[in-house]
Design a protein around this ligand. Structure first.
Ligand code: KG4
Ligand code: ZN
Length: 352
């Protein structure tokens, strides 16, 4: 059969992503344009500037993707876009571009759930023999979400735990700001990781609340205020880099420890429910963090000594937002002819 190529547009937050992906798992183009330099000046993602920058960047990103792949728009077989969840203004830019392309080119259209796409990336990046098998556990950690899910099928996910307050990625961003770590081209979370990377364990410890330990829920507001209180102690007005590094690392340890706890609880819960889980898929922007990857490898090995569970991480660049994951998540629907109409609405708040 002929190749089926999807052009996808992702604009749910601050990254403009446009990609071309074929049904046989080839990434023909992957253009990601970051907006960190602008949002850093506002202390976080500013919704209006995000939308404006997508307006500026989407057309050129589409052009670049087609050029990289050596394709004409008429060679594309389907157009996908992020339907939600995300910031309404930002989502609208990518959705309008995608729908207009689909209408003008007379190509089928599919709107994708951003968090499902994060989880399904694993099927693109794993060889078929290493690909996860349903049901699998998935931990999705991003700027907007902290979710532990049981995936039954590409579109059927059961929420085992979500956050009671902030998302873990957002708290990384806040702590990076409190410590005055420059974002650079990496963005706040990755900049914090790099800032404290080669460092022995610090003597500072933050707790994330003992009541939370056995609960099937995440909570990061307490950790954020603990870090804030620590920094605001009067004798910490003039901290040197070593002290700030120690705080950053103590924060990172506590933040990741909570993810480890919930993954362990999730594995136990599946064992108790007699659901045989062979894979844990970890994705979303925070999953590009190397320390988290290392910790979770140990955690998963410890939680499943008899029946090994495979831990699956998409490559870091495909854990943070990108168009490739949107193209891939739409692929299954294109191949069975399950299309959306051009009038399809956005879902800025969309449960998985
Ligand atoms: O999935 P993503 O790119 O966008 C959303 O869907 O939100 O995730 C972005 C989040 C941001 O909070 C960013 O700071 C964080 O992921 N992040 C990281 C790292 N890379 C990105 N957090 C910790 N360590 C990293 N290396
Ligand atoms: Zn994301």
């Amino acid at each position: 059969a002929r190749q089926f190529t999807v052009l996808a547009i992702e604009t749910s937050a601050d990254d403009t992503g446009v990609a071309l992906v074929t049904h046989d798992r080839h990434i023909r183009a992957n253009v990601v344009i970051k907006q960190h330099a602008v949002h850093e000046q506002h202390g976080g993602i500013h919704p209006m500037y995000a939308a404006r920058l997508h307006m500026r960047n989407v057309p050129g990103a589409v052009w670049r993707a087609l050029t990289e792949a050596g394709m004409a728009a008429t060679d594309v077989d389907g157009i996908a876009f992020t339907r939600g969840p995300g910031m309404p203004g930002a989502l609208g830019v990518g959705a309008t571009a995608a729908k207009t392309l689909a209408a003008a080119l007379n190509k089928p259209l599919v709107g994708v759930h951003h968090m499902q796409a994060h989880a399904l990336t694993a099927f693109l990046t794993c060889s078929p023999s290493e690909a996860p098998t349903y049901p699998f556990l998935t931990l999705l950690v991003s700027g907007g979400h902290t979710l532990l899910l049981l995936a039954y099928s590409p579109k059927n996910f059961r929420v085992l735990a979500t956050t009671l307050d902030s998302a873990v990625g957002r708290v990384y961003d806040k702590v990076a700001r409190m410590l005055g770590i420059p974002w650079g081209p990496l963005g706040p979370g990755a900049a914090l990781e790099a800032f404290c990377a080669p460092m022995p364990p610090p003597d500072i410890t933050f707790t994330s609340g003992s009541k939370m330990r056995r609960r099937m829920a995440f909570s990061y507001a307490g950790l954020q205020s603990a870090v804030q209180r620590y920094i605001e102690e009067p004798d910490r007005e003039a901290m040197d880099d070593e002290q700030r590094k120690a705080i950053a690392q103590a924060f990172q340890r506590t933040a990741v420890a909570q993810l480890e706890d919930k993954v362990t609880l999730g594995i136990r819960m599946c064992q108790q429910m007699d659901v045989s889980v062979r894979h844990v898929v970890v994705s979303g922007g925070v999953a590009s963090n190397e320390y988290l990857r290392e910790r979770l490898r140990e955690t998963v090995a410890r939680a499943s000594p008899d029946m090994p569970i495979q831990l699956v991480f998409p490559p870091p660049a495909l854990c943070t937002d990108n168009g490739v994951m949107i193209a891939w998540a739409a692929m299954g629907r294109f191949l069975v002819g399950d299309y959306d109409k051009h009038i399809i609405d956005l879902k800025p708040e969309w449960n998985i």
